[in-house]
Design a binder for this molecule. Sequence first.
Ligand code: FAD
Length: 458
Amino acid sequence: MKTAVIGGGIAGLAAAYELARTGRPFVLYEASPRLGGIIQTIRRDGFIVECGPDSWVTEKPWAQTLVRELGLEEELISSNDHIRRTYIARHRQLIPIPDGMRMMVPGDLEALRHSPLFTQDAQLAYTRELERAAELKVSALPEGSDESVADFVRRHFGDEVTATLAAPLLAGVFGGSIQDLSVRAILPAFVKMEREYGSLVLALQQQKRSSGPAPVFTTLRSGLQTLTDSMAATLPASSIRLNTSVTALARNGAIWRVFTPLESESFDAVVLATPADVTRSLLAPLDPAFDSLLAMDASSAIVIALAFLPTDAETIQIPRGFGFLVPPANGPLVHEPQLLACTFVEQKFPHRAPPGAVLLRAFFGGDDAPRLLGRSDEELLALAHMQLSQYLGHLPEPSFTVVRRWPRSLPQYAVGHLTKMNLLASRLRSLPGLRLIGNAYHGVGLPDLIRQGREAVC
Ligand SMILES: Cc1cc2nc3c(=O)[nH]c(=O)nc-3n(C[C@H](O)[C@H](O)[C@H](O)COP(=O)(O)OP(=O)(O)OC[C@H]3O[C@@H](n4cnc5c(N)ncnc54)[C@H](O)[C@@H]3O)c2cc1C
């Protein structure tokens, strides 16, 4: 049984790795000159700069398992959770999110009382949510139905928490609007908590009693590209086709034909690990239903890293913590494109910068992305430098910078996403031998994609 894996990001690499590990024949097609997709690490002057993802969520085990299999356990490092703190930017000030929050849900209502982040009304809404536990359990989101993240959070905590905390938290991760994102697809753990406890505050209090603290994020000491490079190193060179875009697919009975600009080849199975837009254009000619099933919004991300050597960093005042989020601006898009978030990289993880140095990663995107993607690196750097200075005070010139644009890289799981995924799965049953993996379907995070990739070829 010979398999074509199309797309060499983490999802496609995981499928190819599993095929190689179990000694089965395959060809991995990758359009670009390198494997790893959005995962890319730059190592320079003692800094480790991630151009895409910087870590994974520790509680999902599939990335760790793979790292251990590859013999990289010495590389595993955790986030510096003793200084885990994220700030919300407001009126050019950085206000800490109170300790013990899981996203917008407090584990400790007392910790909110002294926080300038919330008005008394919002604090009251939190207390009332706990008191309304029984009522919220009765009115919990019915099985099989969906609503937006904004509606869900508003039902529990009201407008202020929705705008102050939920909107920037979700925009920071998905680059999207919480008015559109599906709570069932994006926050399944909260939907489950509501069903079991009614109140999310109550659910978190109960969970805290039963589980100890664990580091939130895990990464690799030398950067995430070490993972994708190590996976690639396990693949037979003869199975890898770089700089090779797949342009069309055809099926004749049980045999699949994969077309590239120069040739075509036959396979028994095809794993499509391409971004949703590409998957859609490859599948729609085989079955027009895929045109609508794979049509989805995707937001673009722009990552701008600024590295400051110790001599320059002396003058920079960075608060202790992992970084800050900027709540989305309200109203029509007349404002200057706005920073979404910034990570204080050398504080979030150890070994990311020389001692005394500072490494900032600024993120733009969301609704502003179409106006930003066409700007030059110099324009984007000037914008990032100016907006970061508004929150962090004077910033000297960085010793070097990195700018990366990731157009349409984060698919938006809109309300009804899971129903659409069920329809997609049933349609795929009419095309035996075909599997779809990648961040458009069942999770955008690295552990989920590794799991999907490996399971697709089991
Ligand atoms: C800025 C940013 C930060 C993120 N941070 C995190 C994080 O910290 N933690 C986390 O868990 N997740 C994070 N994510 C999400 C995660 O990085 C992505 O969901 C994941 O890397 C996507 O992997 P993939 O394999 O699905 O797609 P991709 O990495 O996009 O790979 C798809 C591959 O297909 C190739 N391709 C396209 N068309 C063709 C074709 N016709 N023929 C052959 N090949 C083709 C592309 O060149 C590409 O290499 C982040 C995402 C972004 C954009």
